[in-house]
Design a protein around this ligand. Structure first.
Ligand code: NAD
Ligand code: UFG
Length: 330
């Protein structure tokens, strides 16, 4: 199979490439390095002992991307490329709409034009808005609350409509919950430039001494210990789900939640990190972060049944691997 992986040098794309069997697949990577480094290419080639065809192209550049469709006969597109920071999307909505929507539109157009069989899209639990957990794979997600989330909901819509009008194209929408952790080599992981917004990258920076203390956003939620609950999934499990989605491709449009199905609170995460890595994470409790929900977790039975995939790695694996990568990175 020829697989086009957009955003392949980013956090989730790079882990996914390592899970693809190189005896059966040729991987072609496109990434404009907007949020990644070229070193990741060398590292994944070193880990897998493979050579990947890499193009520093922008997925919003129709003609450059078309040149790749003319060169390779792609069977599958895994579209990871996009911007992902919720806060930044509120400040720069057009940057987000342009990058995330144009990328999806151009790749969809080229998928049809060149007869691609399968389009796998990186969606997000954010498309559920404030619906009650556990979340099931509804086709009519509630309205999202920020431009980033809106780009995911709109990209899903674009892909669904495209697949309906073009039955030769099969679309899989993967709704990720909270990806954390890193490859067990400790060589690739989440690249967090500047101060991280997400919980686990923030914890690792505090553990490293680069940030003074973690602010826990509220301990007055209606949860067991009062802190927010999320469905964290190890990035390697998430990567394996992409392989499962490819191997168990179904016709038409199919949507899957990718999480563990289990909620973990902020305090549970902090304590697990401290225990497994034998270090302290100083924290203080501050007010709630605007827009945060108390509890978000997935119903994952559909992916288990149809993709024969389920998350296997534990909370301990997540915090150990996240720290192992952070320790190794400069
Ligand atoms: P990432 O930023 O690490 O990776 C995205 C990659 O895409 C980067 O390497 C970046 O350089 C590249 N890119 C961005 N715009 C591009 C463009 N126009 N052309 C070519 N390359 C471009 O992010 P990630 O965490 O690996 O996320 C991958 C996908 O999964 C994104 O679409 C993201 O929205 C989605 N997602 C991520 C999370 C999460 O928490 N990480 C959760 C839900 C969904
Ligand atoms: N949290 C803290 N302190 C921090 C950071 C986070 O207490 O410094 C808490 C949050 O309040 C929340 C939990 O940790 O309860 C997880 O927060 P994250 O920012 O790590 O993740 P979110 O669930 O808020 O957001 C993630 C992705 C978004 C996506 C969203 C919806 O980052 O891209 O899930 O699924 F839109």
């Amino acid at each position: 199979m020829n697989i086009l992986v957009t955003g392949g040098l980013g956090y989730i794309g790079s882990h996914t490439i390592l899970e693809l069997d190189s005896t059966k697949n040729q991987v072609i990577i496109v990434d404009n390095l907007a949020n990644s480094k070229i070193d990741v290419l060398k590292i994944i080639q070193q880990i897998s002992s493979q050579k990947y065809d890499f193009y520093k192209y922008d997925v919003t550049d129709y003609y450059l991307i078309e040149s790749l469709f003319m060169k390779y006969k792609f069977d599958t597109i895994m579209h990871f490329a996009g911007f992902k920071a919720v806060g930044e999307s509120v400040q720069k909505p057009l940057t987000y709409y342009k990058n995330n929507l144009l990328g999806t539109i151009i790749l969809s157009e080229l998928a049809i034009k060149y007869g691609v069989e399968h389009f796998i899209f990186s969606s997000s639990a954010t498309v559920y808005g404030d619906q009650q957990s556990p979340l099931f794979e509804t086709l009519d997600p509630k309205k999202t609350t920020n431009p980033y989330g809106e780009t995911k909901a709109m990209s899903e819509r674009i892909l669904i409509d495209t697949a309906i009008a073009n039955p030769g194209l099969n679309v899989t929408l993967l709704r990720y919950f909270n990806p954390v952790g890193a490859h067990n080599s400790g060589l690739i992981g989440e690249n967090s430039n500047g101060t991280p917004n997400n919980l686990v990258p923030y914890i690792t920076k505090v553990a490293k001494g680069e940030l003074k203390e973690l602010s826990i956003f509220g301990n007055d939620y209606d949860t067991e210990d009062g802190t927010g609950v999320r469905d964290y999934i190890h990035v390697v499990d998430l990567a394996k789900a992409h392989v499962a989605a490819m191997e168990h491709m179904k016709s038409g449009v199919n949507i899957y939640n990718l999480g563990t199905g289990k909620g973990i609170s902020v305090l549970e995460m902090v304590h697990a990190f401290e225990k497994i890595n034998a270090l302290k994470v100083p924290f203080k409790v501050v007010g709630r972060r605007p827009g945060d929900l108390a509890v978000v977790y997935a119903d994952v039975s559909k992916a288990k049944k149809e993709l024969q995939w389920e998350a296997k790695l534990t909370l301990e694996d997540m915090v150990r691997d996240a720290w192992n990568f952070e320790k190794n990175s400069l």
